[in-house]
Design a protein around this ligand. Structure first.
Ligand SMILES: CCCCCCCCCCCCC/C=C/[C@@H](O)[C@H](COP(=O)(O)O)NC(=O)CCCCC
Ligand code: ADP
Ligand code: CA
Length: 587
């Protein structure tokens, strides 16, 4: 194949001569000066060629073609530094080549197009597009029509576009309508809109496979259609964590070239029924309260989260709960290992082999992988009981513009695990420190009232009144609970379903004397009585239940993305840019 696709000849760009070579994987052109010396080479991976057209094509302001039988135009992905974000911005590069003859021109076009087909088999031809006109700053329609549609047209993609009239329209379409002939589904909106697509596609796939989504021990069927996200929402966390930038053009180019990024999905169950799926944030306590408060202020747009975040911080709330989790294999990775899940991540690649071994039939694989969810191996579950500021589970880093490294900076997109973050009740300034560390490169887990565990499954329930009394008593006896300052407490470890025993936790005090005055001041601000129970924020939706069981399904869906790109792709950058990016990426 490689030899068939190879082509080499002189080509002209303007009045300069170039030596052009197509090797199969790469298309390179090198300027040759009058003395036949080679100058700078431009090398484009074939997989990143957007399109090859006859003639001299102009793209902006609209696509136009100047017909000429010796010219052809190649459009491709060009990278540029993204300033603030840690991913790379992609732009459309375009070069017009002239050939000495029409025959050679046709040969170049044919070879390049064949190479494209061979090396990017996942490029979409037909896409379903759903635009939420009310997401984020309400610019979804404009973003799609001015920035994305022209690129899809250039790449020869046919798009069936729906601007939604109501919530869940996209989900219902995917659950019921004929999807034959579509390669993928694109959402233009935020994490809520992505979640609609996720629910529609996962539900449809399980219906067709005859699988029951309610049963957490069932291994779900991975979705055959890819999902593309054109960011136009408020948090845009799924886009940011899988692409590294919030930029519609970059995302459109990832879709066009058929990039493929598997993603873990967590199913959330209550009383033997599926409640929802989550990929980014499943959060109780602070994040639940912020979401509930923010819904009252939707008119503020994305700013509603800043406002509600401040209000909820000042409310100084904490909640009692019992958290139980099934730990993931600590030999594979850890949430404190300081690694980053970058494009081509080896932890995720190894998980693909583990999750989908070549020949194993999926039924036997699922039962061995997930027997732990049934009661017979209850002894592997670890249990924590106490008073918490927040309890969160995230299947990926959940980085977003507000938090460039995310809720769990070392989490993996596609390793079949989630990170469970437990923030015990603490002093207000301690909690502020925890939150503030999400916005910079300091480690938010390096605080005595925070713990993080890599898990395969997780349960949460409210303690019975009796248990709550017992816990407070034990806390006070061991000196670890200071009710007034709401410092945290006691851990319960369950070894078997029936026999539980208590293990006193190390005293966790994070309250230097000088913070007490500030604490009283802040408590004065939050005059309203805090409720005893919070709500779950599930990727921006409030769950109607508090007691839940969650299981992570490895690589259940695929996005048109490739994860965050590392230095290998930085050949266009200066040394200063490279070292700055490395510093951010590798913290
Ligand atoms: C003192 C500075 C405090 C800064 C705190 C920063 C913490 C940010 C963590 C953000 C994690 C985001 C996880 C993603 C959640 C989204 O699924 C969800 C819905 O998004 P959308 O559909 O776009 O509206 N967003 C939220 O729940 C917002 C959480 C904001 C918390 C402050
Ligand atoms: N036409 C519509 N009218 C009202 N709500 C919609 C519409 N289309 C989608 N939605 C819902 O809007 C919610 C928020 O959408 P999203 O695009 O995530 O914006 P944001 O990031 O600002 O929250 C989603 O839960 C989605 O189901
Ligand atoms: Ca994961």
């Amino acid at each position: 194949m490689e030899t068939d696709l190879r082509l080499e000849s002189s080509l002209w760009i303007g009045n300069k001569r170039y030596r052009a070579v197509l090797t199969g994987w790469h298309f390179n052109w090198t300027e040759v000066d009058k003395k036949n010396r080679n100058k700078k080479t431009i090398s484009v991976p074939v997989a990143e060629v957007v399109g090859v057209e006859e003639g001299r094509v102009e793209i902006l302001p609209h696509k136009s073609v100047e017909d000429s039988d010796k010219d052809f135009t190649v459009c491709y992905v060009k990278r540029s530094s993204s300033g603030g974000s840690y991913g790379l911005l992609w732009r459309l590069g375009r070069t017009q080549f002239s050939c000495p003859s029409r025959v050679l021109r046709d040969q170049w076009i044919k070879h390049l197009r064949t190479a494209l087909k061979t090396h990017s088999p996942l490029r979409p031809h037909r896409l379903l597009v759903f635009i939420n006109p009310f997401g984020g700053k309400r610019k979804g329609r404009q973003i799609y029509h001015s920035l994305v549609a022209p690129l899809f047209e250039l790449a020869g993609i046919s798009a069936h576009v729906t601007v939604t009239d109501r919530a869940n329209q996209a989900r219902d379409y995917l659950l019921k309508k004929d999807l034959t002939g579509f390669d993928g589904v694109v959402c233009v909106g935020g994490d809520g809109m992505f979640s609609e697509i996720l629910h529609g596609l996962i539900g449809r796939t399980q219906q067709e496979a005859g699988l029951c989504e309610n049963d957490p021990s069932v291994t779900l069927q991975p979705c055959p259609l890819h999902i593309g996200i054109i960011p136009a929402g408020s948090t845009d966390c799924v886009c940011y964590a899988t692409v590294g930038v919030i930029d519609p053009v970059t995302s459109a180019l990832h879709i066009i070239i058929g990039d493929s990024q598997p993603l873990d999905v967590c199913s959330v169950h209550h009383a033997s029924a599926l409640v929802r799926y989550s990929v980014s944030l499943l959060g109780y306590g602070f994040y639940g309260d912020v979401l509930a408060e923010s819904e009252k202020h939707r008119w503020m747009g994305p700013l509603r989260y800043d406002y509600s975040g401040t209000m909820m911080y000042l409310s100084n709330r904490s909640y009692a709960g019992i958290v139980q989790y099934l730990p993931a294999d600590p030999l594979l990775s850890s949430p404190r290992d300081k690694t980053r899940c970058l494009s081509g991540c080896s932890v995720c690649s190894r998980s693909t082999e583990r999750l989908f071994p070549h020949s194993a039939d999926s039924a036997s694989m699922c039962s061995s992988h997930f027997s732990q969810l049934s009661c017979d191996s209850e002894d592997e579950w670890v249990s924590i009981k106490g008073q918490f500021r927040c309890v969160s589970l995230t299947c990926m880093s959940s980085s977003c513009p507000k938090s460039p490294l995310g809720l769990s900076p070392s989490a993996h997109l596609a390793d079949g695990t989630g990170d469970l973050i437990v923030v015990w009740d603490t002093h207000p300034l301690g909690f502020l420190k925890f939150l503030y560390r999400h916005t910079n490169t300091q480690d938010q887990f390096d605080l005595p009232f925070v713990e993080v565990h890599r898990v395969k499954a997780f349960r949460f329930f409210l303690p019975s009144d009796k248990e709550e009394e017992g816990y407070e008593e034990i806390g006070s006896l061991s000196g670890t609970v200071d009710k007034e300052e709401r410092v945290c407490s006691v851990e319960t470890v369950s070894r078997t379903g029936s026999q539980q025993y208590l293990v006193d936790r190390e005293v966790q005090r994070e309250k230097p004397n000088e913070q007490k005055t500030a604490s009283s001041f802040l408590c004065g601000l939050c005059c309203s009585k805090a409720p005893a129970v919070s709500v779950w924020n599930c990727d921006g939706e409030i769950l109607p239940f508090t007691d839940i069981l969650c299981r992570v399904h490895g690589q259940l869906v695929r996005l048109y993305a490739r994860g965050i790109e590392d230095g290998a792709a930085m050949h266009d950058f200066s040394e200063t840019e490279k070292s700055e990016r490395s510093r951010i990426l590798h913290k």
